[in-house]
Design a protein around this ligand. Structure first.
Ligand SMILES: [Fe+2]
Length: 144
């Protein structure tokens, strides 16, 4: 799916946090957005809840992954970053739980745009900030 020229949501090196395993996670999130978009375009409304649930579950998995790394590297802004993750998780959970939105194409279009904006801003504005800390920590461990 990642190399499909028709995909709207493309991860590129501008979004790199310079940590391969977290870049990989971010690429999966872009792919899940493409999957959501393809389903919206196909008009297959009944498939939307499952795809949005998958996106929520992967987002939670990815946040824990990122948080574990920040915590183990003693990233000074870990608590604040974790709080921002929880706020988004709660917003997504509220959306998923709302019966009016389940299987609604218009709501899914809104959700897709909201998630895209949030993800791009978050990678640019917050995620890239932990990169040096993680690399410095890893260098220190290697030289102990
Ligand atoms: Fe993050």
């Amino acid at each position: 799916m990642a190399n499909n020229a028709l995909n709207t949501f493309r991860w590129c090196s501008d979004f790199s946090v310079d940590i391969v395993e977290l870049d990989d996670d971010h690429q999966v999130l872009f792919e899940l957005l493409n999957h959501l978009q393809a389903t919206i375009k196909s008009g297959e409304a009944s498939a939307l809840p499952m795809i949005i649930d998958d996106l929520l579950q992967y987002t939670i998995y990815h946040f824990r992954h990122e948080e574990d790394m920040m915590e183990s590297c003693h990233y000074p802004f870990y608590e604040n970053h974790k709080l921002v993750h929880r706020m988004l998780e709660n917003q997504l959970k509220d959306f998923v739980k709302n019966p009016e939105f389940r299987g609604d194409i218009n709501a899914a279009v809104w959700f897709m745009g909201f998630f895209e904006d949030w993800l791009k801003d978050h990678i640019e504005g917050m995620d890239k900030n932990y990169s040096d800390c993680v690399h410095n920590y890893e260098m220190g461990v290697k030289h102990e």
